[in-house]
Design a protein around this ligand. Sequence first.
Ligand SMILES: Nc1ncnc2c1ncn2[C@@H]1O[C@H](COP(=O)(O)OP(=O)(O)O)[C@@H](O)[C@H]1O
Ligand SMILES: [Mg+2]
Length: 362
Amino acid sequence: MPISSLSISHIRNIQQAELTPSSRINVIYGENGSGKTSLLEAIHFLGLTRSFRTSQFKYLVTQDTPQALVFAQLAQGAHAAKPLGVERQTSGDVRIRYDANTIDLAELAGLLPLQVINTDTFDLLEGSPANRRQFIDWGAFYFDPAFIQVWRGFKRVLQQRNSLLKCGKIDPAVRQVWDREFIQYAQRITELRFAYIEQLIPDFEAILAHLFSGAEIRLNFSPGWDQKVPLDELLGAQLERDIRQGYTSAGPQRADLRVKADGISAAERLSRGQKKLVVSALKLAQGTLYHRLSGRPCVYLIDDLPSELDQQHSRLFCEYLEQTTNQCFITCVDPASLRTVWRPETDVAYFKINAGELVQTH
Ligand SMILES: Nc1ncnc2c1ncn2[C@@H]1O[C@H](COP(=O)(O)OP(=O)(O)O)[C@@H](O)[C@H]1O
Ligand SMILES: [Mg+2]
């Protein structure tokens, strides 16, 4: 559901800001250090109670301030907008209120699905497999309501199995019980991940065809163990090694989404700008699929859209954003290059930010 009004209190250098965003494209511009990324962090805080830039709230809240509050109205189509407020204290308390009710994080995530595209998004190609698992699991969470329970169950069994391995001496009967549960969860989580990826690939390929040329990009999901060998056999065969290491070496905790360009690791093969297009296509595909399945758009936070991209690719990127129904918050230093890319009928709002103060411009 798009944000139809936003009020931010005490997020980094933004003491207080109010804005009435467009339900489609919002361009936020300003000099270095003016607060552009902080504004995106405020929206991220509204959707997830935390920043994408720091895991520590004390760095997100304005210095020497005890609490941050972001308040919004979420549009409901033909119906009246509903209020959403997220308040967090440096002492630790978090309060999420939606339409006069207190809600929890999982409910919040369902209300405001967010996608961030920034320099950290390169980690989807260059970072560890954990980044790609997180990417898949974001999608699987929205794709199938059963996923969250399976994922939690799997995490619990994995932790228990690893604790057992660390003890060294394992009663084979106890191990068998744990392994049986481990395998059940492993198969279920893998089925859900496979099902999600299968749905995602056509969207990814269609978006990539719009944004990118020059190499053939292929996605290949690897579930975390050799599928030709039954998992119980593998767990048995690797037991000695697992005990030595103190953790389980085969299973969904090792899953990965390999991205190849012309048959070679995309992280090694592609230029920085090409990588930006590929990771953006992955994120945009998630939003497209989410929208198709739920009927609702995502909110995209795109930090410094033009960086790494030439004029032509910036334009293609914007053209694609314009075709979707997502609500986008796009930051840049100089808005000149983003002024001429939109069709006249697209609702685009411009905001200038200066030392944490926001004004709407034209
Ligand atoms: N906790 C904080 N309290 C107050 N100001 C902060 C805090 N954290 C960062 N800042 C300041 O906020 C400003 C805005 O940062 P940022 O949003 O990253 O700028 P931009 O993205 O526009 O380059 C910076 O000048 C930074 O020093
Ligand atoms: Mg920034």
